[in-house]
Design a protein around this ligand. Structure first.
Ligand SMILES: Cc1cc2nc3c(=O)[nH]c(=O)nc-3n(C[C@H](O)[C@H](O)[C@H](O)COP(=O)(O)OP(=O)(O)OC[C@H]3O[C@@H](n4cnc5c(N)ncnc54)[C@H](O)[C@@H]3O)c2cc1C
Length: 430
């Protein structure tokens, strides 16, 4: 009897959700309506999330649902949550609240994130100021992906006790281009995590270890979808201890700029295309081309256009390039060997300035290479271009049927653009 009641509640919510989908409501106003709907609670949101996002192939793998669930309903494997213990669900609906694809961040999230005033928005999210930053320590600089500024900032924060742990990604044993989560509590551990893997690394899963072991305050480094997941967890309007924990204990979020990440198989294919093996690849960087550094010292440039065919399909559902809700956004555009750094919030400002004042980070003005800012604007706009609310995007199976999985071109030159040109609602290609 209880199960029947729950099923009926899920059906009711699904019907309302579908009605919203079919309505002409502005998608940007949508999350408000949707949040009100979710917050009525009383339904097994895990079933709904599984139907609409996970099983639909729309999940980006950010892990917010896994982390925020107070009843440990989810496992996580192969870049996706698994609703493994649905009978344990306590109907708190936090998993649906925190999913950045089911409910992309509301317009009012900015008030909660507290951008540093005066904040301007030039197409890549509100920010206070931008700067090129670089680690001064030779080891960090050598290990860093670009300027090593992310690692330098974290090492300084750990050394001075402003954080006790950092939620990062490390590499899998013997597979240097594949990542997994890591809770780093020392400078040495931060350095073991330095560098970028362009495959998906579920960094946020390390939050559970920090929570279990009482390691706080924390910093998170993540790609934009992971930052959005964290922000929704922190700013949930459901007054629950899990949301409070993330609000109280995550002192800093560093968002990595991200056009898309790539499938694990992409590494094998890339290696084959340049006649090497994955285990020979020491470092990869993406600078308009794929720059591959091999163990034998050779540096090979591969075509980014070709590599893009192995982009992770789920990245279609994320429209944030510059980590618009992070305390600090950081990326490799612009000045070579430096990290493009965008300070968005007061917390970001405090952490960065403390590291600069201590001499852990050196800086240059953005004018040193104006191309960086130009690229940031262009790439941020490109990632949003023509993309409707994820709820209105086709499922993975529908995209497979259309024969077009590339997230970057689906709504520019692919079937999404064609549907729009033919009058399809909101570029809905389904
Ligand atoms: C998937 C991906 C796509 C990116 N795309 C762009 C882009 O389009 N444009 C751009 O300007 N910059 C992009 N970056 C950011 C860039 O590669 C650098 O991470 C950034 O410039 C910081 O450099 P750094 O030397 O200061 O970082 P470092 O000091 O080397 O620190 C890098 C940090 O990134 C973390 N990390 C490594 N791999 C991952 C991963 N897969 N997921 C989450 N965290 C990870 C590590 O734990 C480490 O803490 C991307 C990064 C990733 C991971």
């Amino acid at each position: 009897m209880a199960a029947m009641t729950r099923d009926a509640a899920v059906e009711r919510v699904r019907t309302r959700y579908r009605d919203l989908l079919g309505s002409a409501t502005d998608a940007n106003e949508w999350p408000h309506a949707w949040r009100a709907e979710i917050n009525r609670g009383g339904f097994r949101a895990v079933d709904f999330l599984a139907d609409e996002i996970i099983d639909a192939g729309k999940c980006v793998g950010c892990g917010a649902c896994v982390n925020v669930c107070p009843a440990d309903v989810f496992d996580y494997d192969d870049q996706h949550p698994i609703a493994a213990r649905t009978d344990a669900c306590v109907l708190c609906v936090l998993c649906a609240e925190a999913c950045p694809i089911l409910r992309p961040p509301d317009k009012d999230l900015g008030d909660l994130v507290r951008y540093r005033e005066p904040a301007t928005d030039e197409g890549f999210g509100p920010y206070s100021y931008g700067i090129y930053a670089r680690a001064t320590g030779p080891e960090i600089k050598a290990r860093g992906q670009d300027g090593g500024a992310v690692s330098a900032l974290l090492v300084h924060a750990l050394d001075t006790g402003t954080i006790k742990g950092a939620i990062l990604g490390e590499t899998l044993p013997g597979q240097r281009q594949l990542g997994r989560q890591r809770l780093a509590t020392s400078a040495a551990e931060v350095l073991e995590c330095s560098g970028s893997r362009y495959t998906y690394s579920p960094n946020t899963l390390a939050f559970r270890e920090a929570m279990r072991n009482g390691v706080t305050p924390l910093a998170l480094v993540g790609v934009p979808c992971q930052i959005d997941g964290l922000r929704l967890q922190q700013n949930s309007s459901i007054p629950h201890a899990m949301a409070r924990w993330y609000r109280s204990n995550v002192a800093l979020s560093i968002g990595l700029f991200c056009s898309e990440s790539f499938t694990n198989e992409s590494i094998q294919r890339l290696a084959a295309s340049i006649e090497t093996t994955p285990d020979q690849i020491k470092k990869m960087n993406i600078k308009g081309k794929v720059v591959v550094e091999l163990d034998d010292g050779r540096v090979i440039n591969a075509s980014l256009k070709k590599y893009r065919q192995w982009a992770r399909p789920a990245c279609l559902y994320c429209i944030d390039y510059s980590a618009e809700h992070a305390d600090i956004g950081m990326g490799g555009i612009g000045l070579d060997g430096w990290t493009f750094t965008l300070v968005r919030t007061e917390a970001g400002h405090r952490f960065l300035q403390a590291a600069i004042a201590a001499g852990a980070i050196e800086t240059q003005p953005l004018d040193a290479d104006p191309k960086g800012e130009m690229l940031l604007r262009k790439l941020s706009l490109e990632k949003k271009a023509g993309r409707p609310h994820p709820a209105k995007m086709p499922t993975l199976a529908e995209r497979q049927a259309l024969g077009h999985l590339d997230p970057k071109t689906f709504y520019t030159t692919g079937p999404g653009a064609a549907a729009k040109a033919n009058g399809g609602a909101s570029g809905d290609a389904s």
